[in-house]
Design a protein around this ligand. Sequence first.
Ligand SMILES: O=C(O)CCC(=O)C(=O)O
Length: 304
Amino acid sequence: MRTIGNEYTRVAVFDDVTGLEDCRGLLGEMDRALHDQGAVLLRGLPADLTLFDEITRLVGGSPLQYTERSTPRSEVQGAIYTSTEYPADQSIPMHNETSYSENWPRLLFFLCAVPAETGGATPVADSREVYRLLPAEVRERFAEGVVYVRSFREGLGLSWQEAFQTEDRAAVEQYCTEHGQLFEWTDEGLRTSHRRPAWQVEPRTGETVWFNQAHLFHATSLEPDVLEALLSLYTEEDLPRHAYYGDGSGIDKADLDVIRKVYEQVTFDFPWQTGDVMVINNMLTAHGRQPFTGSRRTLVSMTD
Ligand SMILES: O=C(O)CCC(=O)C(=O)O
């Protein structure tokens, strides 16, 4: 095993891994690396969906469905999905998968089925370092957590049917009630809001991690001209996603700038090769996506 990375974020790389049996032999080392470095790269494998599924099950157990969705992904086979389908010229900000929800996956598996022509890395950032590097006064303002507000309407962002994977309003209401989310049916669709902690303690290492999507849900994550156009039509709380401090007050833009800067400082990226599988401890490691050209295809599966 070798490690790559920067001063803050490390990835454990296992080279010349040729199949499932090699992965089986590496289970102990991988498990340690997923708690030390927080991310593992398996290199040398063919880009094969059945093998990817077998590796997912071997390392993480039964794969999870993508529930309480916040981004568009398509099912490819079983519980293997495309990674978030955002336009190629946009980057996806660093985030811990589904950290806005009570149910987040413990492990993420990414498969590079087709690498990009240019760009298209899946950068990673150590969430322990993000927490550590954030100024105490910024963390303090998030002491009560983050309030996530989502507005679902036809033709703007995900529909409530896609987010909750049902056509049944009663099932959405039950989900929200069971998960401590306020909901309101509106003329256009649905609005939900719920509060979640801004940080968590990773159970095995006992380390505190910055674990929320305030900077991603906040309206300022949109391109300024897109935000301006949307705000000429809608109020902030009618945007598909928005975030507030845990007490419900507006987040200071300066705090979001600091958070984004810290992510930038901690983030490490490397170019994908066909067949690469990256396994991420989702609590210890945030991920994102760089803009790209070409017909990049990255697949994802998740386990508990
Ligand atoms: O395509 C990728 O590399 C990752 C996209 C992403 O951030 C996601 O699917 O959560």
